[in-house]
Design a protein around this ligand. Structure first.
Ligand SMILES: C[S@@+](CC[C@H](N)C(=O)[O-])C[C@H]1O[C@@H](n2cnc3c(N)ncnc32)[C@H](O)[C@@H]1O
Length: 363
């Protein structure tokens, strides 16, 4: 079968998560691997998230257990960093590592068995049922959820919000959503009225994932989300450079270029930018409020990266990671020359430009 707009999600599913899929075989994040993510840079990111978890737990004002879900955990770098951070509320936290790739889950297990986590942890191929207050952290998960390809004008202009009966919505219909102008959350989004004829991702997998999340957390009274991903407003998709294929250190960018490479049999990680408006719609439908968008740069600054930066340098794990960075041969990596984890995480042209989304659902 050849890749087309309509069957894209089906073939992407096979290419990433099928028997010989990129993630099934353990491809993914890491130094000298396919690409670098924030938790793989070193311990600093996990240190800041660890502190965030402590604050989140304290604000719950409970004594009992709470759940942290590391959704799309990959090989487990974030969990290992949080373990080394020795957070105050560790003994109350049930940490669930969730990834579709059994290979990654095995790596997580090996990794966490080597550290004193302080928190209890468990491994899952899909979201576990949750019964306590829950925080879902997802670093670069959304961009790996499957999608189809559609045209912006066809997708957005035909949408009539008033005709939709929300109670009838299944996950596959989410992807046909366009701009949901009567949703309060969208008032802050820069929504275009006339939109051009260009290709965009139809986030079917993201819609399905939210549906699964709502089922898994239907008994949870307090649910918080913390997502990191590259997101932008729909009109910024016009250059069609939102589709990327990472293959053997080659980075292929653009809808036409990636489709062409896939048709020629090139394999690798297929990834997209996320349409902010679609995420707004999904969050709204699932009852989330207090939705906050930020850049990773600003979010890390607000969450005291400068303080943790000093602290983490004094800890051997972070320092050793940093030394390895400085000494390693980084020829093919654009990040060559950065002198610290902090600079890499804050970089306005790289990870610092990611979006951070926080949202809360309370019943
Ligand atoms: C880009 S990697 C990010 C890994 C890790 N969070 C990090 O920051 O290094 C995305 C991960 O999401 C996983 N994934 C994709 N779809 C998933 C789903 N529906 N549920 C759980 N994990 C999923 C993939 O197997 C992959 O390991």
């Amino acid at each position: 079968m050849t890749f087309t707009n309509e069957n894209f999600s089906q073939l992407m599913e096979e290419a990433l998560y099928g028997e010989d899929g990129f993630y099934t075989k353990g491809g993914g994040a890491g130094r000298s691997r396919d690409y670098l993510t924030s938790p793989e840079v070193g311990d600093l990111f996990g240190r800041i998230i660890g502190n965030y978890i402590d604050d989140w737990y304290d604000n719950l004002e409970i004594d009992g257990p709470a759940i942290v879900i590391d959704a799309g955990c990959g090989p487990g770098a974030l969990a290992a960093s949080i373990a080394r951070a020795k957070i105050n509320n560790a003994d109350r936290i049930k940490y669930a590592l969730v990834d579709r790739s059994p290979t990654h889950l095995k790596t997580c297990e090996e990794r966490l068995n080597k550290v004193q986590t302080g928190f209890s942890w468990s491994l899952h191929e899909s979201l576990p049922d949750c019964e306590y207050p829950t925080l879902v952290i997802a670093n670069e998960l959304l961009d790996n959820l499957v999608f189809n390809i559609g045209f912006a004008d066809e997708t957005y202009s035909t949408f009539e919000p008033d005709e939709i009966d929300k109670s009838l919505l299944g996950f596959d219909t989410y992807a046909n959503f366009g701009i949901f102008k009567n949703i309060d959350n969208l008032k802050g989004a820069d929504v275009p009225i006339d939109i051009g004829h260009f290709r965009i991702p139809l986030h079917t997998g993201m819609a399905q994932w939210f549906y699964e999340l709502s089922v898994a957390t239907s008994n949870v009274s307090s649910l918080s989300l913390l997502f990191f991903d590259y997101m932008k407003s729909v009109q910024k998709f016009e250059d069609e450079n939102w589709l990327r294929l990472y293959s053997d250190n080659e980075r292929i960018v653009g809808v036409e270029e990636v489709l062409d490479a896939l048709r020629r049999g090139i394999t690798g990680d297929i990834t997209t930018d996320i349409i902010k408006e679609d995420l707004h719609v999904l969050l709204d439908i699932e009852g989330f409020s207090k939705i906050k968008f930020n850049t990773q740069h600003d979010w890390l600054k607000e969450n005291n990266i400068d303080i943790w930066f000093e602290n983490v340098l004094e800890q051997s794990s972070g320092y050793e990671n940093l030394q390895a960075w400085v000494k390693s041969d980084t020829d093919e990596k654009p990040i060559q020359g950065f002198s610290s984890e902090r600079a890499i995480l804050l970089d306005h042209t790289g990870l610092g430009a990611f979006s951070v989304v926080e949202a809360k659902r309370e019943i």
